[in-house]
Design a protein. Structure first.
Lengths: 111, 114
């Protein structure tokens, strides 16, 4: 059974204090790993897709990386508007399977 | 371009009642997926519809059902509501289905069961 574990559950940073969020996964064969951002009262918003170990994607202050067992979402010099819950999801390659989500990391960036 | 629209946004029901939630996907998107989100379990997959056919189903009891219409709009129904069904129900649409992983979510329908 596919599993996704995200850590930490919550993270509080000062503005400008860089850090990383972790997503560990277990999947028989990885089709893709996905990062989403969810603001309070809203649905998740797609950020990145990673397909193979060693791949990296960047968007503004966010950079996602992938290894064979985990993914990291690096946040460089965060701003208060980066505060949100960040969700990681995986999809295995055994056909038309749904995404399996982790429970997320709740990030708070304090000015 | 209009996003995914879910109605109603909030609703309160009592145990034993039933509820129907509606989702209008982004124009041109043929796939609609439904997820249940709770603080304890996170996002859990309910089902996916593609061109009016259920393509995938999660591990939920038969009280949870859904359908998709020819215009790609989708509804999900929960019968005989239980307290544990209180959750945020999210609908997501995509052009071709969950294969690409890029899902466009609505803002959800928050269901409270008393």
């Amino acid at each position: 059974e596919d599993q996704v574990t995200q850590s930490p559950e919550a993270l509080r940073l000062q503005e400008g204090e860089s850090s990383s969020l972790n997503c560990s996964y277990t999947v028989s064969g990885l089709r893709g790993l996905f990062w989403y951002r969810q603001d309070p009262g809203k649905g998740p918003e797609f950020l990145f897709t990673l397909y193979s170990a060693g791949e990296e994607k960047e968007k503004e202050r966010l950079k996602a990386t992938l290894t064979k067992k985990e993914s990291f979402l690096h946040i460089t010099a965060p701003k208060p508007e980066d505060s949100a819950t960040y969700l990681c999801a995986v999809q295995d390659n055994s056909g038309n399977t749904p995404l399996v989500f982790g429970k997320g990391t709740r990030l708070s960036v304090i000015a | 371009k209009a996003g995914v629209t879910q109605t109603p946004r909030y609703l309160i029901k009592t145990r034993g009642q039933q509820v129907t939630l509606s989702c209008s996907p982004i124009s041109g998107h043929r796939s609609v997926s439904w997820y249940q989100q709770t603080p304890g379990q996170g996002l859990q997959f309910l089902f996916e519809y593609f061109s009016e056919t259920q393509r995938n189903k999660g591990n939920f009891p038969g009280r949870f059902s859904g359908r998709q219409f020819s215009n790609s709009r989708s509804e999900m129904n929960v019968s005989t509501l239980e307290l544990g069904d209180s959750a945020l129900y999210l609908c997501a649409s995509s052009l071709q289905g969950t294969n690409t992983g890029e899902l466009f979510f609505g803002e959800g329908s928050r269901l409270t069961v008393l």
